[in-house]
Ligand binder design. Structure first.
Ligand SMILES: [Mn+2]
Length: 359
């Protein structure tokens, strides 16, 4: 496995690459062009600057996250063909600079969503928190405003101001899109881009909806093992795979997270992995936990073992972290707690590798 770290880029991420490089066993970043709106082409010179900057810091940039899919594609609007062409152009450009995997999502309107971004826990650290009872009294606009206010001036993925200006209009358009229609639109997108991904050698890795249930009546189609099976069936190719995110799927205790890693690893469809823990507090209520198994609801050893036994070369990263030791910054993406997470996962990995050698 290759341990990586999400990094938002110069001017967008308060964490210097040098600090990421100092995390033991860190090999690279999962990078992004943070200034890009969904639908825009990722140009060669922009990608070159990103990749060379990361390489100069002694890190690899083989995985890109958040080449965002334009809402018109998800809605199936006539304008989607132009956006699919742009997406293909971005893939072609990324491949020229050694990118091997692109993580993206097909979530309607919202990326991951929480009701509190700095929920104080008993040890004084703070973390991302979700309570569905709070959502039920809110409109989509309320949750957007809360998120913007709590994010400390940093734009969260999926919450770019230019997308939100059209929120009411987009919510209305989704009234005609149910889960099946959403999957049809997804299939149209996959038919448009997977041939290009295959040609240029980039494996696509779709990230789950987070949390793993429907919200505001929107059709969310990647919430469970069965959803993944349907997505895999939309376009049969190892280039149409998943970024399996333990914390996102783990928000719903009905999901057997280690089994999902194992099944889709075995099927050759685990193209990237986010490995983090989540603490289940009740129905549709959780907070994000430190990475170790003992502090949350997921069996992290079982997850890492499933990865080892099915796709030991996969790109992995710790996912959201808590704010600890007085750190401030982008909610969910601090240095310290994610570094602890990376080292913990590397420790599990060493133990698994050695125990398998001795067996
Ligand atoms: Mn994730």
């Amino acid at each position: 496995m290759k341990m990586t770290f999400r990094w938002y880029g110069e001017g967008y991420d308060p964490i210097p690459l040098e600090y990421i490089r100092q995390i033991p066993e860190m090999t690279g970043i999962m990078g992004v062009l943070s200034g890009k709106a969904a639908g825009e082409v990722w140009e060669e010179d922009e990608i070159r600057d990103l990749v060379s900057g990361v390489n100069d810091a002694g890190l690899e940039c083989e995985v890109i996250e958040s080449v965002n899919v334009h809402e018109d594609i998800k809605l199936g609007l006539p304008t989607r063909d132009g956006y699919i062409d742009a997406y293909n152009k971005s893939l072609e450009n990324l491949a020229k600079f050694g990118v091997k995997v692109v993580v993206y999502n097909f979530m309607p309107v919202f990326d991951w969503l929480r009701t509190e971004l700095s929920h104080v826990t008993e040890d004084g650290s703070n973390c991302l928190y979700y309570d569905h009872a709070q959502i039920e009294g809110m409109t989509p606009r309320d949750i957007v405003e809360i998120t913007a206010k709590e994010s400390g001036g940093l734009t969260l993925p999926g919450w770019e101001p230019e997308r939100l200006a059209h929120l009411d209009e987009v919510m209305k358009l989704y009234q005609d899109v149910d889960h099946d229609k959403m999957r049809d639109n997804y299939q149209y997108f996959l038919e448009g881009i997977i041939p290009t991904a295959e040609k240029v050698g980039i494996k696509m890795a779709c990230h789950p909806d987070d949390p793993a249930w429907d919200l505001f009546g929107l059709p969310r189609i990647y919430k469970s093992r069965d959803d993944m099976d349907k997505i895999a069936g939309l376009y049969d190719s190892e280039f149409n795979g998943f970024c399996i995110c333990a914390g996102s799927l783990g928000s719903n205790p009905d999901n057997d997270v280690p089994a999902i890693f194992r099944e889709f690893g075995k099927r050759g469809l685990m193209n990237a992995a986010h490995v983090r823990n989540v603490k289940y507090l009740g129905p549709k209520k959780f907070h994000e936990a430190p990475h170790p198994s003992s502090t949350g609801s997921l069996d992290m050893y079982a997850i890492m073992e499933a990865i080892y036994e099915t796709n030991p070369d996969v790109y992995i990263r710790p996912d959201h972290g808590r704010m600890i030791w007085g750190e401030t910054g982008r909610p969910g993406y601090p240095l310290y707690d994610r570094a602890l997470g990376a080292v913990y996962l590397s420790g599990l990995w060493e133990a698994i590798v050695k125990s398998h050698q001795e067996a």
